[in-house]
Design a protein around this ligand. Structure first.
Ligand code: MRU
Length: 378
């Protein structure tokens, strides 16, 4: 277990480049400025997480002491990315069970479960983790805590395995496009889409990454770029609309993205804009892979039509937040006053556009039969 000293949390503010020395280690943690970190973890009844809303300008650890605060951290995206959301939800369920008032009945826990499930609707890992911890909690709060820790540990093993298998797809001197952030910030460690890239780089391959900006929350420009920059991996941030141009210029050999939920037939929900990239990849005959552990598969959704797409506050489209030259953070309007916006957070890529899914059990086809087989193996 990593001991995080919150008082010594590293602040990179003031340096707009936020250069931290991140070492992608082969054991299970990330080293930021000489200190080991996980994206999210639980100690006692407190949950600690890297505050992703403050990256890349500040590296700050957020501490949540109760399940409602953890719920809020999921909703406001202090922590985000399917795996990190799943771990947070599992920890929140454990916090609720550990804090259950003596004389209340199970209604308190039922309500807590509903509160956690309401935070974000699309990431399958959230519901997967809540259910497992809730069930474990029937044998006591200690069991719930143990289960929540186990889910987080399994995330680490799974994302490391995804790196191992995905590495086979990466040739030396590849240029890879990724969308949103599916790196170690989006999982408990290593990540999904970025894990094969980290593994390839660690094995000595030269890799160049195109990081889609990923409006409106800019997870690519803020988080993926921060991870890659600090890991010393050559990359450039790409406007979301530049994909076709880059592909036409033959500047992309491979596309890997993460997933928030994968239906039984292989249709995959991921950050809005992923579908568009898959259509383009198909047109330009570029391999398009999804990287996700089997905990992201949802066999209760027979197709992607059944996946609930989160609609976020349109203000995220109309306003942007960032530092001025003195490092002071401002929120400014970037759209014509008076106009409104829509903000669907995810879209669904049909299985027919997906070359394969890189799971912790190997690379499989995005079809019903392969998904059934991989999810039935233990
Ligand atoms: O809205 P976010 O930032 O939570 O969305 C994250 C993504 O869409 C990631 O690509 C996805 O979770 C896969 S990475 C675990």
């Amino acid at each position: 277990m990593i001991k995080a000293d919150i008082k010594k949390a590293i602040y990179c503010s003031g340096t707009l480049t936020a250069k931290c020395n991140i070492e992608i280690k082969t054991n299970n943690s990330m080293n930021v400025n000489g200190k080991d970190y996980r994206t999210i973890w639980m100690e006692g009844s407190s949950v600690f997480m890297i505050d992703q809303n403050r990256l890349p300008f500040e590296f700050v650890i957020f501490k949540s002491e109760n399940y409602l605060t953890t719920c809020k951290a999921i909703t406001d995206m202090t922590t985000r990315g399917a795996g990190a959301i799943g771990a947070a939800a599992g920890f929140a369920m454990a916090q609720a069970l550990m804090s259950k008032p003596e004389k209340t009945n199970d209604l308190f826990i039922e309500q807590a479960k509903k509160d956690i499930q309401k935070t974000r609707p699309t990431a399958r890992n959230l519901f997967y983790a809540v259910e497992l911890v809730f069930e474990a909690g029937k044998n006591g709060a200690e069991e719930a805590f143990r289960m929540a820790q186990q889910i987080a540990e399994k995330d680490i093993d799974d994302s490391r395995a995804i790196g191992f298998y995905g590495n086979d797809l990466i040739e030396d001197s590849s240029s890879i496009l990724t969308h949103c952030n599916a790196g170690w910030l989006a999982f408990v460690d290593y990540g999904t889409a970025l894990s094969p890239i980290y593994t390839a780089c660690n094995s000595g391959k030269k890799v160049f990454v195109w990081a889609d900006e990923t409006r409106p929350r800019s997870q690519g420009a803020r988080l993926t770029a921060w991870e890659l920059y600090n890991a010393g991996i050559p990359h450039r941030i790409v406007p979301d609309s530049a994909g076709a141009w880059l592909m036409a210029q033959k500047k992309i050999n491979l596309i890997i993205t993460g997933a928030d939920r994968i239906a039984a037939n292989g249709d995959t929900a991921n950050k809005i804009g992923t579908f568009e990239k898959a259509v383009l990849a198909n047109y330009f005959k570029i391999p398009f892979y999804i990287a996700a552990p089997t905990s992201t598969f949802d066999l209760n959704c027979s197709t992607g039509n059944e996946i609930i797409i989160e609609q976020r506050n349109p203000e995220e489209v109309l306003y942007q937040t960032g530092p001025d030259e003195k490092g002071i953070i401002h929120r400014i309007r970037v759209a014509s006053p008076g106009s409104t916006a829509i903000n669907p957070a995810f879209d669904v890529t049909p299985a027919s556009l997906i070359t394969g899914i890189i799971s912790e059990k190997g690379i499989i086809k995005a079809d019903q039969e392969s998904i059934r087989k991989v999810t039935s193996k233990n």
